[in-house]
Write a protein that binds this ligand. Sequence first.
Ligand SMILES: Nc1ncnc2c1ncn2[C@@H]1O[C@H](COP(=O)(O)OS(=O)(=O)O)[C@@H](OP(=O)(O)O)[C@H]1O
Length: 291
Amino acid sequence: MEDADSFLFKFKGYHFGHEELDIGFIENLDDFVIRESDVFIITYPKSGTSWFQQLLSLIYFEEHRKGIGNLETVDRVPFFEYNFRKMDFVERPSPRLFATHLPYYLVPRGLKNKKAKIIYIYRNPKDVMCSYFHFSKNVTLQVTSSFEEFMEQFLEGKVLGSLWFDHIKGWYEHKSLFNIQFLMYEEMKKDLKGSLSKVCKFLGKELSEEEMDSIVRQATFQNMKYDPRANYKNIIKTRYGLEAKGHFLRKGTIGDWKNHMTVEQNERFDKIFQRKMKDFPLKFIWDMNEE
Ligand SMILES: Nc1ncnc2c1ncn2[C@@H]1O[C@H](COP(=O)(O)OS(=O)(=O)O)[C@@H](OP(=O)(O)O)[C@H]1O
């Protein structure tokens, strides 16, 4: 069993996980050559990365839409900084689709030249925190004994991904440097087809009604949860004990934080949120019934 400190690797003020991390690659991220056709999904952990990895691969590849082939999500849209499959990204044919949790200041400079497209998915941070708590417990990324303890770690940014507030604010405040579209998890949850249309427009992808419906069907929570390729059923076990075993899709709801946080914890969170996110223009949805 490893504790949080030994699992984390701090580089330029940001916490990576040691898992599958190639330090040489991280040190040279800035120079990684970006192609115009690259697409990056950028998220703070537990904000809908796997969901969007599925959507993006369905948008781009007809064989996935038609269910041909047996590629897992991590093979279709690999994590950029955690190269589970030891892929050669330079040799990968275009269009290359990547997922990453990197903060704005660590991504390759080609992205800063607006060369490729970025989709930033964000989710209300209380649900992110609860999702993260279960993930840490079940996938043994970090050992935490209680929700209370995890909340402290989360609010101190002592988790893979560092501080949620810094991640989203960093990306939003520097958006003019990038070719970026922001998309909300909760909006996807309420109207997936609408979100898909928005994204296709941004990506310059024209899909038929039928293709859109097929994508929406294949990206529902139920379909993905029971699809081992989408739910990381076979992810490898490594020295820090990462063993996904289908734990990426848990509940997929809005407002699960209400089942986790006490009144005091919620008030404390709200206070910090109000202080840190004062004047931040993006809205958040905390409850399924909220518009
Ligand atoms: N299709 C679909 N619909 C709704 N919700 C979905 C879907 N796919 C993934 N999820 C939920 O996203 C949460 C996992 O986040 P990530 O994929 O970003 O995790 S990770 O950062 O890649 O580890 C995790 O949230 P929780 O269920 O609240 O834990 C997943 O269940």
